[in-house]
Design a protein around this ligand. Structure first.
Ligand SMILES: *Cc1c(COP(=O)(O)O)cnc(C)c1O
Length: 443
């Protein structure tokens, strides 16, 4: 008598019939994997049932669905969270993008002349105006902006950089490597902690294309340090290029009604331009508060050279990004940038946050309102924290609770063995979601 336990391994088609929730080819892939795994188990001597194989296939479908790009609640207190999509884009900017992109548009067409136009005439020039610059263009991201600007303005020539600014921003963006990619010759000056005007001046040659300043972004030097400001570099002759990184349009933050303490010495784009920078590059989705993009603003002739370079075609921004960024630029120009999600979150008062936290605790029936420290994140302002408020829940196993919260699309953090949800980065419309996730994860 033979009992072949494999007879319990169902055919793939049978398993697929029991699945739902994804396009057919994906259900088939999940079913195949579950059947193959069951055959392996049988080969190892296990007995499997059809129900177990279907359950495993369903689990794979679930895992695949959960892996799809979707909205999550950021309760980490890191506002520009690199792994959670950086700055949220405001709904009005997205509507503007939808309005433009669901039909045809004047993307590269001048309606008055009935002739070809440029995609840089919209968001690019508005952002330039918002920053007090002559001209501007938008590309895919800031890494592309730096690559393009260096390639267009300094290919085959020398670019002078302080040794203190030869940084790695993260995600593989290293200044010396970008220089090499752009075929510029890097000329290092000064020391790691101190670089003076005379250090730059001593390296000037006929072949010097740019003096480059790079925002150190994710690290900070303290103590015996000295850097040369743009204003002084601009007296030397060659154009000064600033990779500003985070894209703070104006360090006086007029849209917040004044400069908050937590912004500390984060340099503004407008101030770099005023100080004489010839070209400034920055990200669209850090402290600008828009969609992923790289912005190049500055002197008209330099920006034109960037736009005309062959690389510009390879890294150009698409119409949806340009439409959303145009909306963001208009918000800055009208003084309404405080309504962008980034600035709404950053600008929420501790009292507002405390009220919301108290409500969450009341609905939860457990936990405490705690003072926390949120951060701007996204490679800006290391070590600078924004006073914030969260909900702390004491649990037996904080790591396990954090994992259960993630299963409900809430990303929180652990502090002193408690699970802490920082409310500064939670959209108030998501408070109810946060409560139900906490109930499910801690209950
Ligand atoms: C973030 C950053 C970059 C890279 O910008 P992306 O938009 O991520 O491509 C480059 N330089 C600096 C100084 C940065 O902070």
């Amino acid at each position: 008598m033979t009992t072949d336990p494999r007879r319990h391994v169902p055919k793939v088609d049978r398993v697929v019939d029991a699945l739902e929730g994804l396009p057919h080819p994906l259900l088939v892939a999940c079913a195949r994997e579950a059947v193959a795994a069951a055959r392996d188990r049988v080969a190892a001597g296990d007995v499997v049932t059809e129900a177990a194989v279907v359950a495993e296939a369903e689990a794979r479908v679930d895992a695949l669905r959960r892996g799809l790009l979707h909205r999550v609640v950021n309760a980490t207190g890191v506002i520009v969270h690199t792994n959670l999509g950086r700055a949220p884009v405001d709904a009005a900017s997205l509507s503007a993008a939808a309005e433009v992109a669901t039909g045809y548009s004047n993307l590269e067409y001048r309606l008055d002349a009935g002739a070809r136009g440029s995609r840089h005439e919209h968001a690019g020039s508005l952002l330039a105006r918002a920053c007090g610059a002559e001209a501007g263009i938008v590309v895919n991201n800031n890494a592309a902006a730096v690559l393009l600007a260096l390639g267009a303005l300094a290919r085959g020539r020398e670019v002078v950089v302080s040794r203190g600014e030869l940084v790695e921003i993260g995600g593989g963006f290293r200044v010396p490597e970008i220089m090499a990619e752009s075929r510029c010759r890097l000329v290092e000056v000064g020391t790691t902690n101190r670089t003076r005007l005379t250090d730059y001046a001593s390296q000037l040659r006929a072949d010097t294309a740019l003096l480059l300043k790079v925002h150190a972004s994710n690290y900070r030097m303290v103590g015996f340090t000295e850097a040369t400001p743009v204003e002084e570099l601009a007296t030397l002759g060659p154009p000064v290029m600033v990779d500003a990184g985070s894209g703070l349009v104006d360090e006086q933050t007029p849209w917040l009604g004044g400069r908050p303490d937590w912004l500390h010495d984060e340099p503004g784009i407008r101030q770099s331009i005023e100080a004489g920078a010839g070209i400034v590059t920055f990200s669209g989705d850090k402290l600008l508060g828009g969609p992923q993009a790289g912005v190049i603003v500055g002197r008209a002739d330099l920006v034109r050279a960037c736009a005309a370079h062959p690389l510009a075609r390879a890294v150009r921004a698409d119409k949806m990004t340009l439409a959303a960024l145009q909306h963001v630029a208009l918000a800055y120009l009208s003084g309404d940038a405080g309504a962008l999600p980034l600035w709404r979150m950053a600008g929420a008062t501790v009292d507002e946050l405390r009220d919301r936290a108290a409500l969450v605790v009341a609905q939860l029936g457990t936990g405490t309102v705690v003072d926390t420290e949120a951060v701007a994140g996204g490679g800006s302002l290391p070590g600078l924290t924004i006073p914030s408020v969260g909900v702390a829940v004491q649990v037996a196993d904080a790591d396990a609770t954090l994992a259960r919260l993630r299963a409900h699309d809430v990303v929180a953090r652990i502090e002193r063995d408690a699970v802490v949800c920082d409310l500064r980065t939670v959209d108030p419309v998501d408070d109810a979601r946060l409560v139900s996730a906490l109930v499910a994860a801690c209950g």
